[in-house]
Design a binder for this molecule. Structure first.
Ligand SMILES: NC(=O)C1=CN([C@@H]2O[C@H](COP(=O)(O)OP(=O)(O)OC[C@H]3O[C@@H](n4cnc5c(N)ncnc54)[C@H](O)[C@@H]3O)[C@@H](O)[C@H]2O)C=CC1
Ligand SMILES: O=C(O)[C@@H]1CCC=N1
Length: 269
């Protein structure tokens, strides 16, 4: 029996696969995992890089799996479940990372009463520094949440949440790495505007991100206080902060996360 079937070998399927197979004591060996991926070029890449088996046939992979991890797009879900109804049993755990899709919708698509845990990971799971929010569906309880926690702890921090918070968590945390990468891009371009060579600008901006991230991990780290500590009276930093505030960057961030939350909810319908 396969321990884990990952359905969808795209960006998130690969990020979780990489994290779960990494390290000297990986959560799974490659032989314990099968990835269901329709695009053959993508499947070949995953076989070559991770040594896992792949298939385009979800049914047999699901039939023989203890845990089924869903990493397909929300609009793939109906077709997928229609095709595998005969391959599912109630002893399997379904763990869904599908954005916006509620456990009640997945439960309605499943033929029996398989337990479903919904999760929202982020791409740093690929390097063991992710964060994964989990919540239980109707037929999943503490045992299934404990199992999901043990599944994801090797790839990052795990937080248990009410499912009603999942769309907000998708916007803030699932999408979160993209915002930091976006800011990174913008800062590198700013360095180039100021005449720095691209390689130097990249080196400085990436090292700043790593340093600031490390400082934020110190217990009781306070972003407001740490930002103030950089902002000298009458100095350079306050001149930049004034531009951010005049241009509404703080309000833009809030509006952006709100839009992501609303879009997550819409995707799941
Ligand atoms: N990319 C991210 O950072 C995050 C993504 N998610 C969620 O993960 C899911 C996947 O997102 P991505 O990996 O970014 O998308 P993606 O488009 O990169 O990957 C989806 C993969 O599923 C494959 N696929 C489609 N139908 C299939 C089927 N019936 N059987 C097997 N494979 C099938 C596609 O060929 C594709 O490779 C989405 O629901 C998204 O909301 C959640 C958290 C973060
Ligand atoms: O952009 C998306 O819809 C997915 C969900 C969170 C991150 N990526």
């Amino acid at each position: 029996m396969t321990k884990l079937a990952i359905i969808g070998g795209g960006n998130m399927g690969e990020a979780l696969l990489a994290g779960l197979l990494a390290g000297t004591e990986p959560r799974f060996t490659a032989a314990e995992v099968v990835v269901v991926e329709l695009a053959e070029e993508r499947a070949a890449y995953l076989r070559e890089h991770y040594g896992v088996a792949t298939t385009a046939e979800a049914g047999p992979a699901i039939r023989t799996a203890e845990t089924v991890l869903l990493t397909v797009k929300p609009y793939h879900v109906d077709d997928l479940f229609a095709a595998v109804a005969d391959d599912v049993n109630d002893n399997q755990l379904f763990v869904s990372a599908v954005g916006g899709v509620r456990t009640s919708r997945l439960e309605a698509l499943l033929p029996g009463k398989s337990p479903v845990v919904r999760c929202m990971p982020n791409t740093p799971v690929s390097v063991g520094r992710g964060v994964v929010a989990i919540s239980a569906g109707t037929y999943a309880g503490e045992a299934e949440l404990d199992y999901a926690q043990s599944l994801f702890e090797p790839v990052g921090k795990v937080v248990r949440v009410e499912e009603s918070r999942m769309d907000a968590i998708t916007a803030l945390s699932g999408s979160g790495p993209a915002y930091y990468f976006f800011l990174t891009e913008a800062l590198i371009e700013a360095g180039i505007l100021l005449g720095l060579p691209r390689a130097l600008a990249e080196e400085l901006v990436k090292a700043n991100a790593a340093g600031a991230a490390e400082m934020l991990q110190v217990p009781d780290a306070d972003a407001v206080r740490m930002r103030a500590a950089v902002t000298s009276p009458g100095g350079a930093t306050i001149a930049a902060i004034r531009q951010f505030e005049e241009r509404g960057v703080r309000a833009a961030v809030m509006a952006a996360i709100e839009a992501a939350r609303d879009r997550a909810a819409e995707m799941g319908r």
